[in-house]
Design a protein around this ligand. Structure first.
Ligand SMILES: Cc1cc2nc3c(=O)[nH]c(=O)nc-3n(C[C@H](O)[C@H](O)[C@H](O)COP(=O)(O)OP(=O)(O)OC[C@H]3O[C@@H](n4cnc5c(N)ncnc54)[C@H](O)[C@@H]3O)c2cc1C
Length: 397
């Protein structure tokens, strides 16, 4: 297990920290610590401009291979980048789906021509992406996707009909990757395909869904004969499930340590409030704060263990417990925030919704144990794949 960083890595850390302090200022100053979970709807245009600033420094696609326009950073360096980014208060990334999910997927499964067409837009902070997987009736059971795609008579265009749901930032996206059924009559994971679809067309309707926080970061997306070029299919028709699953594997990578740095920022805020309002004098509250701090350390070491020795990008088995571990820890942090706030946590500053950062944290963390794989699904995966227990009945096919 490798849990430290080399002297060279620490030099790189300084380089990132310097760049952040030199660039996250002026027009971008107001973006510090903004746009994270529960705040993702805020400042989209300014955060897109920030993506272009990141691109100008060569900080998008750091982990991508040089051949694809990236920097080819080692896992340690990518971890450091994410840590320093969050430490400096770098805003929630508008481009994370493109950089973290689409790029690696295209690198693995796209043709050279598709890579040439799509990767530069991501690297330059110009093209923004959303994820079209979930549907009403296909969430945990993703293989039940019903959105259909058919090739037109001339074979040059896919026509897509159906509905996606919970599509984060669809209203700010240029492109969506869509898991759709291309083999009529197929069921389960067979007959699905992975299509890249431009969002700016009349036959796609994006309808915001208001969340507990009163804001709308995600959407319903309706496809009514939406079009995409035949060569925007990744892989072959029918290979969608394989590609969709590989993409989910990229979700649990190096950015986990940056996420923890954000958690640290939230815990610091809770401690600040606890000291200010006297909650820090309460012995039980002190215990819970110390417990949260220790839990975060455990998450960090687990992540480092998970990432060590994975220079090929493939995560080890430790990754299976990570989603379960962080989501529960973070949900508890939301509860702690409310208890530290005390009665002030129950009051909204202004009707209808003016949530403080900690109130928003509490409400948004309700979703942590659902998205990216619910707790129950994660436990099923651990039971079946890590512990070798029998598959649940519905999966016996
Ligand atoms: C904030 C947020 C952002 C999201 N962004 C996106 C996005 O950008 N793109 C996208 O495609 N999707 C997105 N999602 C959707 C997310 O992936 C789904 O919510 C998730 O997969 C769960 O599916 P579901 O909501 O349909 O719940 P369901 O699958 O209906 O599950 C409901 C409950 O039943 C339990 N359950 C289901 N099946 C089993 C089982 N076999 N065994 C035991 N328990 C089970 C679940 O654990 C859960 O508690 C987002 C969700 C959230 C909350």
């Amino acid at each position: 297990m490798k849990i430290g960083f080399s002297a060279q890595d620490e030099e790189f850390r300084q380089e990132v920290a310097n760049w952040m302090s030199e660039h996250l200022r002026g027009d971008f100053e107001s973006l510090r610590f903004r746009g994270g979970p529960g705040d993702e709807h805020m400042f989209p245009h300014e955060r897109k401009a920030w993506e272009r600033e990141l691109a100008s420094g060569g900080w998008i696609g750091g982990g991508w291979a040089v051949a694809h326009g990236g920097r080819g950073l080692s896992i340690s360096q990518q971890v450091i980048f994410h840590e320093e980014y969050a430490r400096a208060g770098g805003p929630g990334r508008m481009g994370h789906i493109g950089e973290g999910l689409v790029g690696p997927t295209l690198a693995a499964f796209g043709t050279p021509e598709q890579q040439r067409r799509f990767l530069p837009g991501i690297l330059q902070g110009q093209a923004f992406w959303c994820q079209g997987y979930s549907e009403p009736g296909a969430g945990s059971d993703l293989a039940s996707v019903r959105t259909r795609a058919v090739l037109n008579a001339s074979g040059d265009t896919w026509l897509i009909s159906g509905q996606k749901v919970w599509t984060s930032m669809a209203h700010e996206s240029d492109w969506c990757f869509v898991l759709a059924r291309t083999e009529p009559g197929s069921v389960g994971h067979r007959g699905l395909s992975f299509l890249l679809v431009p969002m700016n067309q009349m036959s796609i309707r994006v309808q915001p869904i208001q969340q507990l926080t009163g804001t709308a970061e995600f959407n319903e997306v309706f496809f009514d004969g939406a079009q995409t070029a035949a060569d925007n299919l990744i892989g072959k028709p029918g290979e969608g499930w394989k590609i969709a699953m590989a993409l989910l594997g990229f979700e649990r990578g190096v950015s986990t340590l940056g996420q923890q740095m954000q958690f640290h920022n939230e815990l610091d805020e809770i401690i600040r409030v606890a000291k200010a309002n006297g909650a820090a004098q309460d012995p039980i509250m002190r215990q819970r704060i110390a417990q949260a701090w220790s839990g975060l350390k455990v998450l960090r070491y687990n992540s480092l263990r998970m990432l060590s020795g994975t220079q090929d990008g493939n995560l080890r088995r430790e990754a299976m417990i990570y989603k379960l571990a962080w989501s529960n820890w973070h949900q508890d942090l939301g509860k702690l925030a409310m208890d530290v706030l005390g009665s002030a946590g129950e009051i909204l500053e202004d009707a209808p919704y003016q949530l403080s950062r900690l109130q928003s944290l509490f409400l948004f963390t309700r979703a942590d144990t659902l998205y990216g794989g619910s707790n129950e699904i994660q436990r099923n995966i651990i039971a079946e794949r890590a512990l070798g227990m029998p598959k649940e009945a519905s999966n016996r096919s």
